[in-house]
Write a protein that binds this ligand. Structure first.
Ligand code: 3PG
Length: 405
């Protein structure tokens, strides 16, 4: 299903390797710390496997302009805490400082470069891989390495230079593991199959849901977070200005398509019956009819919705979750997300369901809830996982196929 050369198929011993990983994490900006990061946790065993190489880590954090668009210094610190090997950091991507640090790096050491998205062109998509191969960063860094390891599974759907531009590519440990899991789900998902969709990036998630309905794979989509707001607004439900503002651009782009898709699959698209607002530090559940009147941010699913979602999850055989139902970082909005993680864990334990949690946010929430150990698999991919499960030939998968060493 996936056609690639693995890191195990080449001899990495004593070699200098560039490893593009995805450690995009949920950052607690006020306290300058990374919250539980399943992506960093997944990276540690991979680095342990590569202990006989000199490993340079390239990664991104968030997007330019966002509050959590930070350097990777905190990430390097976190890796250093968890790894029993020297971990260096350089506040540069491909300038003189980075080049010198890369040249000086010894076998057994790890070097983390700065956030690759600080280089403007990294934020562009290049469908034509040869165009990306001619960009300054790729041309400057390529001669310094023996191998390029594609391990940013979570960003596999981005045709950005650091993902697809290198002269050759082998799949890294995280990617190989993810491909194995994705193959299982793609080949024969046991039905009923349910998707739990929440968090941000509403339109991406809506499109993945639509694709899976159209291909007859999906039985139910439990929609929460901004995806629910997007659908509500498209079908004419006033969710209040603070909610609407967060999806306005997506709504502009795709309102008619969302409305049509909803009409077609409305028995399978389960929207919340109630949502929660912050009432001076207390949870207040309001019905969908009341959203307009309260005109406030709804940060979680309410008790009626939680019960309905739980029941569907408990009867499912395959459950894919991407994006938390609530703003779980805030205590007052945490319950719905933790309840969903608990339900997925119970469906796995009691009924043998295959449960996969994807995306940095939902993965973090699962770790914080204490149920992460009990779901079948925590994927490091969010949008990437959904696109792959939608049967799309995403850029990193294509690049791995076309750029085998
Ligand atoms: C993610 O968190 O889904 C990945 O790191 C990709 O991030 P992006 O959507 O900003 O490209």
């Amino acid at each position: 299903m996936f056609d690639y050369k693995s890191y195990k198929d080449v001899d990495l011993k004593g070699k200098k390797v560039l490893m593009r990983v995805d450690i995009n994490s949920n950052i607690d900006i006020e306290n300058n710390r990374i919250r539980e990061s399943p992506r960093i946790h997944a990276l540690i065993p991979s680095l342990k496997e590569l202990k006989e190489s000199a490993v340079v880590i390239m990664a991104h954090q968030s997007r330019p302009g966002a509050k959590d668009f930070t350097s990777l210094e905190l990430h390097a610190e976190e890796i250093r805490k968890l790894l029993d090997r020297p971990v260096k950091y350089v506040e540069d991507v491909f300038g003189e400082k980075a080049i010198n640090a890369i040249k000086d790096l010894k076998v057994g050491e790890v070097l983390v470069l700065n956030n690759v998205r600080t280089w403007e062109l990294e934020n562009k998509q290049f469908k034509d891989f040869s165009e990306a191969a001619n960009l300054e960063m790729i041309k400057t860094l390529s001669p310094l390495f023996d191998y390029f390891i594609a391990d940013a599974f979570g960003a596999a759907h981005r045709a950005q230079p650091s993902i697809i531009g290198w002269p050759t590519l082998v799949a890294g440990p995280t990617t190989v593991k993810e491909f194995e899991y994705m193959s299982k789900i793609l080949e024969a998902p046991e039905k009923p199959m349910v998707m739990l969709i929440g968090g941000a990036k509403a339109l991406d998630k809506f499109k993945a849901m639509k694709f899976n309905f159209e291909n007859d794979k999906l039985d139910y989509a439990l929609c929460s977070g901004l995806t629910a707001v997007l659908i509500f607004e498209a079908i004419g439900v006033d969710t209040g200005e603070p909610n609407r503002g967060a999806i306005a651009k997506d709504l502009d782009k795709a309102k008619d398509d969302i409305k049509e898709t909803y009409e077609k699959f409305k028995d399978k698209i389960i929207l919340p019956k109630d949502l929660v607002i912050d009432d001076n530090g207390n949870r207040k559940a309001i019905s969908i009819d009341e959203l307009k009147e309260y005109n406030a941010v709804t940060g979680d699913i309410g008790p009626k919705t939680t019960e309905e979602f739980k029941e569907i999850i408990m009867n499912a055989k395959t459950i894919i979750a991407n994006g938390p139902p609530g703003i779980f970082e805030k205590e007052v909005f945490r319950k719905g997300t933790f309840d969903m993680a608990e339900a997925m864990a119970a469906a796995t334990k009691n009924r043998g369901a295959l449960s996969v949690i994807g995306g940095g946010e939902m993965g973090t929430a699962a770790e914080m809830s204490g149920y992460a150990q009990d779901v079948s698999f925590i994927s490091t991919g969010g949008g990437a996982m959904l696109e792959i499960l939608s049967g799309k030939d995403v850029p990193m998968v294509r690049a791995l196929r076309e750029k085998k060493p």
